[in-house]
Design a binder for this molecule. Structure first.
Ligand code: PEP
Ligand code: MG
Length: 873
């Protein structure tokens, strides 16, 4: 019989896949002899089984859960559902990777109408007992039965009003009995059944709810953002309750062994006296800093610090711990490697290396490549910042500068972001439902919540600026307005947030690029020592290229030449070229474009100082360039000596039903070879001139797009070679150059061995390759892909993360075929996937020479390339 349930004492830290992160760590802490309330873990495999069994927990698994309860009863010396001294438990989800968005915690499970009486007697504290029961009913109804919280909040407010109570704590035991009665009544009204009295039923319902939460939309969304596979499943941890709300010698808190925002090696956290865990996380009361515990309860603080240090040394990483003090006795409820900001991750990794606790390799493997993004995020322009007066300030929950229009719901934030606006999400407090809106926002501002609140934790994880816990704000979410510092801010007004200082400003403050710290360089240097894959960049301008070089780019893998034509002074010329009726007229128009294109190439060559530069010839369908505004059409007609009607007719003739699969890429060069000739001239003249002027050893790489057939490439190549040789002769230069192709059409991948006869290099254009392999448009797929995620058909966006099973196999096959024909062929990738860590690893594994990505993602790719080596060790 399979084992579906493990007592904490039966597990180990390395059983994460089976027990989830939380479960494995609880087991490890138990083995270390730490003060952990005991319990058991229902495995991730049981979760998978739940889905495979038609969303049912089988009798076998239920049996093992109740066996574990019996064991726990022995350990605790209490009985589940007992009328004298009932065993109460918490139920928490715990996947392999920690995942906000899933069900979090149910506390006080095991209470019912009878047990609560025993609990009141045993604790000698009826008020506490009834409060625990009413909290349990509320949490169970909300989290397990998915009843709206508002019913319960309404009842609580009603009774407070009736009793003239200001705070929850002003309610007496009898008042709370009344609350419970009304809670149960509303439960029955809404659910049609009595509130479940059998603790076993409560438990199985709660475990089911955790399993179910694995597949709620928020969890699916989070998995997609973080590359977490859908088949991992979540474990469930059932743990004996300890109570932080038993009076002034009790409390509960969350702490990190180092500062999760900055990485500073100093204990960091907060706690609340006389409270349960939910109070800290929900941010309803403002917690005290952990260092205050030293005054409040010196013994507890000392023990707490000893254990915290022990845990950090044991895991050799910064720990995020939850603890509860019950009547002066300290318990640890969980520990895990703490989430941290990008800067903190670097600081902690470097410090741990310096402290001799981890190797450089471990340091490199620890940094979440995607988190580097935040380091490269903007800050406010210093001058603007100095001149500005904040209208308020609160907790600096997640660093970075953000400015945008205020929206009060996650949906409004998301929708307006999709319309192209920069948005700031302002909420009373955030909850996991808000995840998409938070993701869409430049910044997040909350009224409630500490540094460990949902908003703070999630924003830090996403690298989004966040200011939390701004209690001075008076918010009316319904009316979509808030006041702060004497100002009234309505939906759509601009505000600016400094997530590093916690300051809030009125208006749209300008931001400047990020500056990178010494830690960043250290980690990057270590990564560079490890990686074998080269990292290039996609850049079309000298400025972008310079930026990329700063971030460590070793060359340009894709220079999209069409982007150079969209400037105001150039577009009329390219339009003239497109509308030309004869080869002569077209050549004359192209002649005018040469100086621009050549100057751009020279600028890029100078910046790149001899590093390889791949220049891709004109790719998009020509109609993208034609005028649509009447004024532009009139101007063009005048310039070309044509009538407006003639120009319009030609523009219309360029219309295509399916432009992405139409007259674009090398097809343009097949129909208009003079375009390829002009571009070749510009590339070669620029290279020769910069080589002569600056002495850089330049070997231009000319890349032909959208090739699907060897003869097609051959045709264009002949044009390129003829022109290149002509230019060399004219300039008396012996410069060498390479001609290669993109592999972005499935047919090219299939016939890569033949194509390699003509191509000196391949660059995988995985944007088009994905589009054409899946057969859906890279521009429109977003409209229906959401349904594919929700229905678990796809787990991630194939345009962001390479589809390794499908498209990846074409890439692998083409790489092998290309190498067979031409062993020294250079292989790279230049689709958007080139900056995605999982794709970088794939590229390393199939032996590509380089990846190429946008400048800001170059560091991510460098790190991911090093991690690919380490993962293979
Ligand atoms: C590609 O298709 O992957 C590519 C890099 O080219 P573009 O995005 O310009 O079509
Ligand atoms: Mg392409």
């Amino acid at each position: 019989m399979a084992k579906w349930v493990y007592l904490f004492k039966e597990g180990k830290a390395d059983m994460k896949n089976l027990l989830g992160g939380k479960g494995a760590n609880l087991a490890e802490m138990t083995n270390l002899g730490l003060p952990i309330p005991q319990g058991f873990t229902v495995t991730t495999e049981a979760c998978t089984d739940y889905y495979n069994s038609g969303k049912k927990i089988t009798d076998e698994i239920q049996g093992q859960i109740f066996d574990a309860i019996a064991e726990l009863e022995k350990i605790q010396g209490k009985k589940f559902g007992d009328t004298e001294d009932p065993l109460l438990v918490s139920v928490r989800s715990g996947a392999r990777a920690s995942m906000p968005g899933m069900m979090d915690t149910i506390l006080n499970l095991g209470l019912n109408d009878i047990a609560v009486e025993g609990f009141a007697k045993k604790t000698g504290n009826p008020r506490f007992a009834y409060d625990s029961y009413r909290r349990f009913i509320q949490m169970f109804s909300d989290v397990v039965m998915e009843m709206s919280k508002t019913f319960f909040e309404g009842i609580l407010d009603e009774i407070k009003e009736e009793k003239g109570a200001k705070f929850d704590t002003d309610l007496t035991a009898d008042d709370l009995k009344e609350v419970i009665a009304r809670y149960k009544a509303i439960y029955k009204e809404k659910m049609g059944d009595e509130f479940p009295q059998d603790p076993k039923v409560q438990l199985i319902e709660a475990v089911t709810a955790v399993f179910r939460s694995w597949d709620n939309p928020r969890a699916i969304y989070y998995r997609r953002m973080n590359d977490i596979p859908g088949d991992w499943g979540t474990a469930v941890n059932v743990q004996a309750m300890v109570f932080g709300n038993m009076g002034e010698t009790s409390g509960t808190g969350v702490a990190f062994t180092r500062n999760p925002s900055t990485g500073e090696a100093k204990i960091y956290g907060e706690y609340l006296i006389n409270a349960q865990g939910e109070d800290v996380v929900a941010g309803i009361r403002t917690p005290l800093p952990i260092t205050r515990l030293e005054q409040d309860m010196p013994e507890c603080y000392k023990e707490f610090m000893e254990i915290a240090t022990k845990l950090e040394n044991h895991y050799a990483d910064m720990q995020d711990m939850e603890f509860t003090i019950q009547e002066g006795k300290l318990y640890f409820l969980q520990t895990r490697n703490g989430k941290r900001t990008g800067p903190a991750a670097l600081q902690i990794a470097c410090d741990l290396v310096d402290e001799g606790k981890i190797s450089k390799e471990t340091a490199v493997s620890r940094i979440d490549a995607k988190s580097l993004d935040q380091l490269l995020h903007p800050a406010f322009d210093q001058a603007a910042l100095k001149a500005a007066t904040p209208i308020g300030s609160a907790l600096p929950a997640s660093p970075g500068a953000a400015a945008g229009k205020v929206y009060f719901t996650a949906n409004d934030a998301k929708n307006n972001h999709e319309k192209g606006e920069r948005v700031i999400l302002v909420r009373l407090e955030t909850s996991p439902e808000d995840i998409e809106g938070m993701h869409a926002a430049e910044g997040i501002l909350t009224v409630r919540g500490g540094m460990t609140s949902h908003a703070a934790v999630v924003a830090r994880g996403m690298g989004t600026a966040c200011v939390s816990g701004c209690g001075e704000i008076n918010i009316n979410e319904e009316a979509k307005v808030f006041t702060l510092g004497g100002e009234t801010i309505k939906e759509g007004d601009y505000i600016s947030l400094d997530g590093s200082t916690g300051k809030i400003y009125l208006g749209d403050m300008p931001t400047v690029e990020a500056s990178i710290s010494g830690n960043f360089d250290r980690i990057m240097t270590w990564a560079d020592e490890i990686r074998t894959l080269k990292v290039r960049t996609n850049a079309d301008t000298p400025e972008d290229a310079a930026n990329a070089v700063k971030f460590g780019a070793e060359g340009i893998g894709l220079c999209r030449t069409e982007h150079m034509f969209f400037n105001e002074d150039r577009i009329p010329k390219i339009r003239k070229m497109i509308l030309s009726k004869t080869v002569e007229a077209r050549e004359a128009a192209l002649e005018e474009l040469i100086p621009f294109q050549k100057a751009d190439f020279k600028g890029i060559y100078e910046v790149m100082e001899g590093r390889p530069v791949t220049i891709r010839f004109l790719d998009p369908p020509l109609h993208e360039f034609v005028p649509t505004e009447e004024a532009d059409i009139v101007a063009l007609a005048k310039d070309m000596g044509l009538t407006v009607e003639e120009v319009k007719a030609t523009c219309d003739s360029l219309h295509e039903f399916n432009p992405m699969m139409g007259h674009r890429g090398c097809r343009l060069a097949v129909t208009y070879p003079e375009i390829a000739a002009m571009q070749t001239r510009a590339v070669m003249e620029a290279a020769i001139e910069v080589k002569n002027e600056k002495g850089f050893d330049i070997v231009p790489e000319i890349m032909i797009p959208l090739v699907g057939e060897k003869r097609e490439l051959q045709f264009v190549k002949d044009v390129v070679v003829e022109t290149a040789e002509k230019v060399k002769a004219e300039k008396g230069s012996d410069i060498s150059y390479h001609i290669g192709t993109m592999i972005e059409i499935p047919r090219a991948a299939i016939l890569a061995d033949e194509i390699a006869e003509e191509a000196e290099f391949f660059s995988f254009g995985t944007n088009d390759l994905t589009q054409m392999t899946f057969g859906f448009s890279r521009d429109d797929a977003g409209k229906f892909l959401d349904a594919y995620y929700t229905n678990k058909i796809y787990e991630s966006d194939p345009f962001a993360r390479l589809d390794q099973e499908g498209v990846g196999q074409l890439v692998k096959m083409a790489a092998e075929k290309g190498r067979k024909t031409r062993p020294e062929i250079k292989l790279g990738i230049c689709g958007e996937h080139g900056g995605d860590p999982s794709t970088v690893e794939f590229c390393h594994n199939i032996g590509l020479n380089y990846v190429s990505c946008s400048p800001f993602r170059v560091p991510i790719a460098r790190l991911a390339a090093a991690q690919a080596v380490l993962n293979n060790k």
